[in-house]
Design a protein around this ligand. Structure first.
Ligand SMILES: NC(=O)c1ccc[n+]([C@@H]2O[C@H](COP(=O)([O-])OP(=O)(O)OC[C@H]3O[C@@H](n4cnc5c(N)ncnc54)[C@H](O)[C@@H]3O)[C@@H](O)[C@H]2O)c1
Length: 341
């Protein structure tokens, strides 16, 4: 089965399609000839790669909330969905602390609403990928890194807990009790073209460089994270969905971590981006400011290996942060030239 042939004419549902990962996945799959059906909560076309690159014209979009059982039921039935990537989520960590209720609604209720609908419409669905997160693990400390898929989930902060709940609900639907074909992914921080949430570190830093503005960094720069490029993530999603489709017994209920196993302090990312743009004075000013910042409310150390993905599918990351930075920076420069900030 060659790659293009597999994806051609497959009916694919992407929830959160106007988001960063959803737009990139929709772009890739629509180019391969899949029938992409997207669910988007927002009609606002700003800050979305889907509209910026006219990907919306190649797919069917429905504007509704992921908790809207009736509408989503109609979509699943009408389009005979075979593969689903569940990406819709309230992802802003700060907002989750201010409004945990809204985050529980989207991330937990949204997930069981969707899975319950597939439980009742089992005929066509062959592959469901649920986006959990490295945040679902909670704090394990440096000597327990990288996270292992077998680690129990012990989150505390609201976003992290919401992802862990969705993750566990997905496991129940994958169990012998309900037998839905589900893989759960726990990825580290994703970056790259189309990430237009400027509260995230890399887009926030790049934007501050482009507009010559001071970057307000959360924390003191000492927290450790792993950053994986969006093209690697799109490849992993496709590998997982395709293998689950053809071997549901082997892969259903499995969890896959992915990162690059290359941890960076957030202050190193700051340094790399500012040095690349020769903002050396500004770098030393920001470094002085962040030393006084508190770090509460976020995990200190998180990074991922990809041993399980590699053992099962031979996957390894193709992109390195240092090498793709010029390309990523250029994408944002073009984006700001073509849109009003
Ligand atoms: N970006 C990362 O670094 C990262 C890392 C690990 C896991 N994830 C997970 O991957 C998924 C995609 O992340 P992303 O970076 O593309 O986020 P994103 O915010 O860019 O996209 C999520 C989309 O979901 C939509 N959404 C939110 N609540 C909704 C609701 N109630 N109903 C319908 N739509 C709703 C948002 O409008 C948004 O367009 C999320 O589930 C996230 O938790 C992301």
């Amino acid at each position: 089965m060659n790659k293009i042939h597999f994806w051609k004419n497959k009916n694919i549902l992407i929830t959160g399609v106007a988001g960063f990962v959803g737009s990139n996945l929709a772009k890739n799959l629509s180019n391969l000839g899949s029938n992409v059906i997207g669910i988007s909560q927002r009609k606002n076309k700003k800050n979305s790669l889907l509209f910026y690159e006219n990907i919306n014209k190649k797919i069917e979009i429905f504007y509704c909330d992921i908790t809207d059982k009736e509408k989503i039921n109609k979509i699943i039935k009408k389009y005979k969905i075979q593969i689903c990537f569940h990406l819709a989520a309230q992802v802003e960590v700060g907002l989750a602390k201010k409004d945990p209720y809204g985050t529980w609604e989207s991330n937990i209720r949204g997930t069981y609403t969707l899975l319950e609908l597939f439980r009742k419409n089992k005929k066509q669905i062959k592959s469901i990928i649920i986006a959990s997160s490295d945040k679902a693990y909670g704090e394990y400390g440096l000597n327990k890194m990288p996270y292992d898929e077998k680690y129990p989930l012990k989150p505390i902060f609201p976003y992290d807990t919401s992802k862990a709940c969705a993750d566990m609900i997905a496991k129940t639907y994958a169990s012998k009790l309900f037998n839905l074909p589900i893989i759960i992914t726990r990825f580290s921080n994703i970056y790259g073209p189309g990430q237009l949430n400027f509260t995230a570190l890399i887009p926030g830093l790049i934007k501050s460089c482009i507009f010559n503005r001071r970057f307000k960094m959360r924390g003191n720069g000492e927290s450790i994270r792993d950053y994986i490029y969006i093209n690697d993530i799109v490849d992993i999603y496709k590998i997982l969905a395709k293998n689950l489709y053809s071997k549901p017994k082997k892969y259903s209920g499995e969890i896959f971590n992915a990162g690059t196993n290359t941890p960076y302090k957030t202050k190193t990312i700051l340094k790399n981006i500012f040095t690349y743009k020769k903002r050396i004075k500004e770098l030393s000013k920001v470094n002085k400011i962040i030393k006084k910042n508190k770090t509460s409310g976020e995990l200190q150390v998180q990074y991922m290996n990809y041993i399980k993905l590699n053992k099962n599918f031979g996957w390894k990351p193709k992109y390195e942060f240092g090498k793709v930075l010029p390309e990523v920076f250029k994408w944002y420069e073009d984006y700001f030239k073509n849109t009003s900030p």
